[in-house]
Design a protein around this ligand. Structure first.
Ligand code: AMP
Length: 172
């Protein structure tokens, strides 16, 4: 994470001085992975701690035509189904963090592009995003979405890796 704000000099109450300069609008990028729900838990706690606003953004990737079984869906009904699924995901994740009272943003397109556009449009001052992390080697790498967001984000990005203990256990 890179902080661009000046570091306040020690004051009578340095904790509260720093807090007031920190983040006010936290955007967390969520998909249906364990990593993203862990990132959401962290973002929600942070937003409550800092009295910041929280928004969840989920991006629906355009369906890859031909990936659905032939004739099973027409394109509009596939898109409708994906939209309904995305809305239920956002609803379920919102229920996970009632104290943060988050807004939800649903976008269509490339996840990294749309997360960045949402951060711009919503005036986020911090993006929270999960990392890839399914194995010893993979844990050393960022997910491709996280990496693309870090490169082009308009604000600081906090990447959250799933703790090792949760990788294969029941964190949902
Ligand atoms: P990935 O690069 O796919 O491993 O994903 C890394 C992180 O990017 C996830 O933990 C989420 O925080 C975020 N992310 C990935 N895909 C999406 C999406 N479709 N919508 C919103 N956030 C996403």
């Amino acid at each position: 994470i890179t902080l661009t704000a000046p570091i306040p000099s020690p004051a009578k109450n340095p904790g509260s001085a720093l807090r007031s300069r920190l983040f006010h609008r936290i955007l967390v990028a969520v998909d249906d992975s364990k990593q993203a729900s862990w990132a959401l838990d962290v973002a929600a706690e942070l937003s409550v701690e800092l009295s910041a606003q929280l928004a969840l953004v989920h991006v629906i990737r355009p369906p890859v035509m031909g990936s659905a079984p032939e004739g099973m869906y027409s394109s509009p009904s596939l898109e409708d189904a994906m939209c309904e699924e995305a809305k239920s995901l956002l609803q379920a994740l919102t229920k996970r963090c009632p104290a943060a009272n988050p807004e939800t943003l649903l976008r269509h397109g490339d996840p990294a592009d749309q997360i960045i556009a949402a951060a711009d449009g919503w005036n986020a001052d911090l993006i929270v995003i999960g990392t890839h992390g399914r194995g010893t080697l993979a844990r050393l790498l960022l997910g491709s979405t996280a990496e693309a967001v870090i490169r082009r984000a308009p604000c600081p990005v906090l990447t959250i890796a799933l703790p090792h203990a949760h990788l294969y256990a029941g964190h949902t």
